[in-house]
Design a protein around this ligand. Structure first.
Ligand code: FAD
Length: 430
C-alpha cells in the first residue's frame, strides 16, 4: 500500500534536513528519504573518531522526534513519476505518494581516468574520507591527496586526524587562480575561517598548486605516483592516492521526473526559481543538486524549499538575500577551480574508462553519442549506471550523458516485478 505525504524530501544532508525542519514546522506530514542509514549527507557523515560538529548536532536535533515526520533510512529510489516514488527498503518495494517533492540529492565526486587509476590503493578524495570516517584503518599509511577543489583540504585533514602520513596535497588549479580565490574569500567569513582551520590542521603538509597526477604505478597494489608540476615530472612512493576533481550534482532523479536542467555551468544542475521551484510545479530542489556551493548554501536553499513546499511564501522570500550571497560563492568556486585542459588528456589507449564493464579509452574515443557507445561497448551498463564513466566522458568532451530510464539504481528483481514499478515505468516511457 502507498504511503502519502504532504511533503516528501529526498536526501538527508544539510539541504534535506533544513527543508524537513521548515516544512514540518507548519504541521505538514513529511517523509524524509535517504539511501544512507544515518542523516547528515556527505559533509556531516558520522566519524567514528570525532564528535558530531555543533551545526550538524543542531540540525539532527531539530528533526528528531517530530510526530509528523517519517524518517525512511536505507531507502533507495528506483523509479518516479510526478506524484509517486517507487523505493526499495529492507529488500522490499514500497510506493511513496506526495503532494510536494523536495529533491536534495547532493553531489558526487568527479573521477577522471588516467593510467593506473583503477589500481587498488587509488581512491576518490571524498571516497577515502568517507571510508576513514567509517573506521577504515589508515594510521601510518603514506597518502597523497590530489585533484581539485576545497574538498582536498577537508579530505586530507580527516586522513591526517586518523593517523595517515599525508605526503602532500596537489591541486591542479594554477597558483595564480588559487591566489585570486584566496584574495576574495574574506567576503565569506565563515568559509575563510573554515579554510584557516583546515590549513592549521594540515600544518607541515605540502600544498602545491599547478600539479597533476599523470599516472599511478604498481602491480597488485599502488606503489608510486607520477606528478606533473609545470614542465617537470616527479615520482612519489606512496601506499594510497586520494584523487578527485571536484563535485558533480546528482541530477538523475530530477531528470527522470522531467525537471529542466541548467546546462550553462561546468556540469548540468537542476534549474530552479528564487523559491527553489523546478520547472515542475510541485517539485522543488535545493543544495548541491542545484550547483556546487557548500553546506551554507545547502542549508539556506533547503529552508527556502521547505517553506515554499508548505506554502509559506513569505518565510521563503525572507531568505532571498542570504541565498544570493551564498550562491555568489558557488560562482567563485566554479571560476577558480576550472580544470586545466591537460587533465582531460591523461588517459592512454589502454586506460579503462568504464570500470564496471571494463571498457578502455581506445574503444570509446571515436563515439560521439552516448547511446551508440553504450550499445556497442556496454559502457555505462554496470552497477554505477554511467554515473562515473558517463560523467568522465562528458568532462573529456566526448558526448553528454545518455538519457535515463528506470531503475536509476540497481534494484532487486522482486522490486522490478512489483506491479507499481511496471505502471511507473510505463508512465516514464510515455
Ligand atoms: C564524498 C564527498 C565528501 C564531502 N566532504 C565534505 C567535507 O568534508 N566538508 C565540506 O565542507 N564539504 C564536503 N562535501 C561537500 C558537501 O557535499 C556539501 O557541502 C553538502 O554536504 C551539500 O549538502 P546537500 O544536502 O546538498 O547534499 P549531501 O550532503 O550530498 O546530501 C545528499 C543526500 O541525498 C542522498 N541521496 C541522493 N540521491 C538519493 C536517492 N536517489 N535516494 C535516496 N537518497 C539519495 C544521499 O545519500 C545523501 O545523504 C563533500 C562532498 C562529497 C561528494
Amino acid at each position: 500500500m502507498a504511503e502519502r505525504y504532504d511533503v516528501l524530501v529526498v536526501g538527508a544532508g544539510p539541504a534535506g534536513l533544513a527543508a524537513t525542519q521548515a516544512a514540518a514546522g507548519y504541521g505538514a506530514r513529511v517523509g524524509l528519504v535517504d539511501a544512507q542509514s544515518t542523516q547528515g549527507g556527505q559533509v556531516w557523515r558520522r566519524d567514528v573518531r570525532g564528535a558530531v560538529p555543533p551545526d550538524a548536532a543542531a540540525a539532527f536535533r531539530a528533526v528528531a522526534n517530530l510526530p509528523n515526520l517519517d524518517w525512511l533510512a536505507q531507502t533507495q529510489i528506483v523509479a518516479a513519476t510526478q506524484n509517486e516514488l517507487l523505493v526499495e527498503h529492507d529488500a522490499r518495494a514500497r510506493s511513496l505518494r506526495y503532494d510536494k517533492l523536495v529533491l536534495a540529492c547532493g553531489a558526487r565526486e568527479l573521477l577522471l581516468p588516467f593510467p593506473g587509476w583503477t589500481l587498488p590503493g587509488v581512491f576518490g578524495a571524498g571516497g577515502a574520507q568517507a571510508l576513514v570516517k567509517q573506521g577504515w584503518p589508515i594510521a601510518g599509511k603514506r597518502v597523497v591527496v590530489a585533484g581539485s577543489g576545497p574538498l582536498l583540504l577537508a579530505a586530507a585533514a580527516t586522513l591526517k586526524k586518523h593517523g595517515a602520513n599525508v605526503l602532500g596535497i596537489y591541486e591542479q588549479a594554477a597558483p595564480a587562480q588559487l591566489a585570486a580565490f584566496a584574495s576574495r574569500l574574506w567576503r565569506w567569513p565563515a568559509k575563510a575561517a573554515q579554510a584557516v582551520a583546515l590549513r592549521a590542521a594540515l600544518a607541515g603538509v605540502t600544498y602545491r598548486a599547478g600539479a597533476v597526477v599523470a599516472a599511478a604505478h604498481g602491480d597488485a597494489q599502488l606503489r608510486a605516483i607520477e606528478l606533473r608540476i609545470g614542465k617537470q615530472m616527479r615520482q612519489i612512493d606512496c601506499d594510497h592516492l586520494a584523487v578527485g576533481y571536484g563535485l558533480v550534482p546528482n541530477v538523475e532523479l530530477a531528470e527522470l521526473l522531467g525537471c529542466a536542467l541548467d546546462a550553462s555551468g561546468r556540469h548540468p544542475r537542476v534549474a530552479v526559481d528564487a523559491d527553489q521551484r523546478t520547472s515542475l510545479a510541485n517539485v522543488y530542489a535545493a543544495g548541491e543538486i542545484c550547483g556546487i556551493g557548500g553546506r551554507d548554501a545547502a542549508r539556506i536553499e533547503g529552508a527556502i524549499a521547505g517553506h515554499a513546499a508548505a506554502g509559506a511564501m513569505q518565510a521563503a522570500q525572507a531568505m532571498q538575500s542570504a541565498r544570493r550571497r551564498a550562491r555568489r560563492f558557488s560562482a567563485l568556486l566554479e571560476m577558480h577551480f576550472a580544470l586545466d585542459p591537460r587533465v582531460r588528456e591523461l588517459a592512454t589507449d589502454d586506460t579503462v574508462v568504464c570500470r564496471c564493464e571494463n571498457v578502455a579509452w581506445s574503444a570509446l574515443r571515436d563515439f560521439d553519442d552516448a547511446r551508440a557507445a553504450k550499445l556497442q561497448t556496454r559502457c555505462g551498463m554496470g552497477a554505477c549506471q554511467g554515473r562515473i564513466c558517463g560523467t568522465a566522458l562528458a568532462e573529456l568532451g566526448r558526448y553528454a550523458r545518455g538519457g535515463l530510464r528506470p531503475p536509476i539504481f540497481p534494484a532487486r528483481l522482486a522490486t522490478l516485478a512489483d506491479s507499481d514499478f511496471a505502471s511507473i515505468e510505463n508512465q516514464t516511457a510515455q
